[in-house]
Design a protein around this ligand. Sequence first.
Ligand code: ACO
Length: 430
Amino acid sequence: MSEKIKATINGSEFEFPVIEGTENEKAIDISKLRARTGHITYDDGFKNTGSCQSEITFIDGETGILRYRGYPIEELAEKSTFLEVAYLLTNGELPSTAQLDEFRREVSEYTPIHHDMRHHFAGFPSTAHPMAILSAMFNAVSCYTPHLTESTYDKQSFEEATARLLGAASTIAAYTFKKANGRPFTFSNPRLGYVENFLHMMFTDPYTEYEIDPEIVKALDLIFVLHADHEQNCSTSTVRMVASSRANLFASVASGVSALWGPLHGGANTAVLKQLKQIHTSGMTIEECVRLAKDKDSDFRLMGFGHRVYKNFDPRANILKKACDRVFSVLNKKDPYLDIAKKLEEVALTDEYFIERKLYPNVDFYSGIIMRAIGIPVNMFTVMFAIGRMPGWIANWREVRENPDSVIYRPRQVYQGPTCRSYVPADKRG
Ligand code: ACO
């Protein structure tokens, strides 16, 4: 018999069904709570609220598990590529060779954005934040594809919109970089793979030669794979919320970019690099830095440490740490920031404060150092995160739109403002 939870409210007893997930997670279904009892639940920040049932990504933060569509992140990181993972997330299954070839071809076909869109870039100041441009440009892409902005859903349009968004993301990111540096735009090269082509558009121009290093391609591809989805985080929940109103994929993803921009979410990778720079330039010792992070009178925190969900380790951070070592050794590079990061990690991981609170390096701790080695400027780190997260946003949008029972997301609140009062004319207000 399926489990039920009993609640006694104002002396009356009510039963609520329990929903069980495929990994034995349990949730009390309170969807009829208000209708039956007049009460709502209160959960500020949704820390304890399941907003949906999803088949996309599974996380167990206690044991450091992350799986996309059932596949462990460690296996995907080792054996797969970003476009293959994008196909997996957005379609539910890994592609056959023919399916993957077709997916690559479609993404490549739509990577060049409409030529008129260069005028949009001309309108932004060169000091514009790349995340502001990215969000605005995703909505702008839809202006050139009105047939994809219908509120109805069909699979063919979804596939075209997916390929357009994945392709456009790399072009918009590269053009934003060129715009900020006053360099000419470089057109997409359809003979190159997704990441190679992105590096080509970023770093090549008629005055600059850039040799695409396969190790760098591998490292950036890995960063994208590790960021591709992360269950109901702030930006993905935002995308689902917007999708629930039947808004199109471009508008929904543009809102996801805005949510990701915040320093408590996608902006954390930038904060890690700023902190490493601060330590490096100020000459602060590692011990002083750890002491400050533990001092409750200071608001200094070790950026890149701790995670709301992972409480033993972040599996993505373990993978990236190894990748970081490989990149620096293959490229024969040195970076004082990497030395500081390693010492910080070593000291923090043996310190009682961090052990007690289960604070481990998260995905942002090493991703920024790798991106710095690649030559990506710090203010574009969150844009790289956005390119990586695109398949997750798209997959979640699709899940909402294909759910026949989907309703518009519309939470309730507990009102704490003034009770009813009468209007007073301006000249009579004290
Ligand atoms: N440095 C020092 N102390 C920390 C840190 C840190 N990075 N993170 C948490 N703590 C301490 C808190 O002060 C608190 O101590 P207390 O119990 O003595 O009061 C305890 O650990 C628990 O911290 P919370 O903030 O309650 O933990 P929560 O799970 O809410 O926060 C968060 C997680 C926001 C990630 C936090 O660890 C943090 O601010 N980390 C630094 C920023 C960062 O790296 N963010 C990236 C997250 S990953 C991502 O978005 C992709």
